[in-house]
Ligand binder design. Structure first.
Ligand SMILES: Nc1ncnc2c1ncn2[C@@H]1O[C@H](COP(=O)(O)OP(=O)(O)O)[C@@H](O)[C@H]1O
Ligand SMILES: [Mg+2]
Length: 237
């Protein structure tokens, strides 16, 4: 459990001349759920894009023993670094099944793909029931399930989920958090990126608080939940 899966050291990222992330340091151990929390505009998605290699920066990122710094997004994906993007980004005109299969586009073994598909349907029975429906016809919660399922079809080592809870009812958010707890027992490490600080800390082992592009606090989920600064900033008390 203590083995480091992802290590980020001194990462700086910007858009053109505009600096966004400043000197980010972060560790994720194999089998953990780590929360990355912060307000809208703090730099969370920018950090995910840097980890996915969509955005370049300076600093060092090591993933599963590989130096990611000079790899392309595709190479990172092939190593098991998989992002579930903000806003779900499904293909609305395609069926649930077709969307799920998009996640497996790099894989060749039909048998293994089918086994993963079965496990995704077991996690989300609703997706099985709706497998022939267009993704655009699903509810927001079901679309999020489909987006997570598509990520799982890639057999990730690290699944990075951006704003999973956005716009969803609390009961649906709880269901999805429960699923994340289940998949981490199936050897998928999770980076949960959330504006909803307390939802994320509910299932996370540890967390990082990011404000205006810098990590301002880190610790166990319990430490962060009880931190006066976190309560003041995110609960207004
Ligand atoms: N494509 C972009 N070009 C320029 N600035 C951007 C771009 N995307 C995000 N930003 C800026 O970077 C900062 C961090 O944004 P983002 O990473 O999306 O935050 P979060 O995901 O925490 O809401 C914000 O100030 C935002 O305006
Ligand atoms: Mg974001």
């Amino acid at each position: 459990m203590s083995e480091i899966l992802l290590n980020v050291q001194g990462l700086f990222v910007g858009y053109g001349e505009v600096p966004v992330l400043r000197d980010i340091h972060m560790d994720i151990r194999r089998g953990e759920i780590v929360a990355l929390v912060g307000s809208n505009g703090a730099g969370k998605t920018t950090l995910l894009r840097a980890l996915s290699r969509v955005l370049a920066g300076t600093g060092k990122i090591t993933f599963d023993g590989h130096d990611l710094t000079h790899l392309t997004p595709d190479q990172g994906f092939a190593l098991g670094l998989v992002q579930v993007p903000e806003g779900r980004q499904l293909f609305d005109q395609m069926t649930v099944f077709e969307n799920l299969m998009m996640g497996a586009f790099r894989r060749r073994s039909k048998g293994a793909i089918h086994a993963t598909l079965e496990s995704v349907y077991a996690l989300f029975p609703t997706l099985y029931e709706r497998r022939t429906q267009r993704a655009g016809s699903l509810s927001g919660g079901e679309q999020q399930m489909c987006a997570i399922g598509r990520g799982l079809m890639a057999t990730p080592k690290l699944l990075m989920v951006d704003e999973m809870s956005l716009g969803l009812a609390p009961v649906i958010i709880d269901q999805l958090l429960e699923v994340l707890s289940t998949i981490r027992k199936q050897d998928v490490t999770v980076l949960l990126v959330e504006q909803d600080v307390f939802a994320a800390l509910e299932v996370a082992d540890r967390g990082y608080v990011i404000e205006t592009g810098a990590v301002t606090q880190s610790g166990t989920a319990l430490e962060l939940t009880e931190s006066p600064e976190v309560k003041r900033a995110y609960l207004g008390i």
